[in-house]
Write a protein that binds this ligand. Sequence first.
Ligand code: CP
Ligand code: NVA
Length: 337
Amino acid sequence: MSISLKGRDFLTLKDFTKEEIEYLLDLSAKLKYKKKNGIPMDELKGKNVVLIFEKTSTRTRCSFEVGAFDLGMHATYLDPSCSQIGKKESIADTARVLSRIYDGIEYRGFEQTIVEELAKYSDVPIWNGLTNEYHPTQMLADMLTIREQLGDLEGKKLTYMGDARYNMGNSYMIACSKMGMHFTACAPKKYFPSPELVAQCEEYCKLSGGSIRLTEDVNEGTKGADIICTDVWVSMGEPEEVWQERIDDLTPYRVTMDVMKNAGEKAIFLHCLPSYHDLKTKIGKEIGEKFGLEEMEVTDEVFESSYSRVFEEAENRMHTIKAVMAATLGAFENEQV
Ligand code: CP
Ligand code: NVA
């Protein structure tokens, strides 16, 4: 079956079929091979993309920029302070202006409704670089990493520990249910994903053979898992006041060596990064000192252990983001992926 994603937006994996996600992963692997072997891939020479960041970033910004350059494109970076977006100009007007100048638009920021509004008014593809609700480009990187490290995605058991109702938890549940994987959210009940999203993902599972489990029990939730993953306890844009409550609630769900030993024999650890696995960051140090912690969502021991594939995962951000831009801008359509 031939797949074309030309002209499509990339807002959440909910909008994509299993076959389309597989197509993007295959294209990512192909582009990664080309990059490693110095094979030119500048099929989109002469095109331009704009990257809107209303929240900070290292991986996502660099991946969009390098991805664009490798494909032969130019990229403009707009940071939160240097554009009119949202302050002097509406999202609808911004979309209509930028889509006359650029061939594709990336947006990182707050509500999903913003990226949906951009897509509604834009004539060119919109790429979600993270919203409060979803982080779909991160999912492609994680799925590519799992495929490389463990083989097929289908049937793999993935356990997410921590705040499972925010962008990373939601996105893992969607990705797993689309790809026929077994997803477990291991967290206190109040951090479970919304019943509406769970119901939607249960429907995807009926098609894919995947499953969803929500549990508060760490031993049961991590037993035999192929992938253990987590994320920061407090996300970008959340108020500082929530730290105390998150620490109280989520400390029992920290990824420790005991968790990894309880997981499957070949289990791997993933984290989208950045991570508070030690006190070597400004915020990590401040919070650590204030609340008497040495590490937060994952121990330094696990982060630095042979279970950890976080840097392979980080590298894959670039290859997968490049594939999203290439596919939605119509590149490599005639190549066998
Ligand atoms: N994982 C991720 O999105 O990293 P950045 O915030 O650095 O882009
Ligand atoms: N949940 C985190 C993910 C960072 C990549 C955040 O939104 O800050």
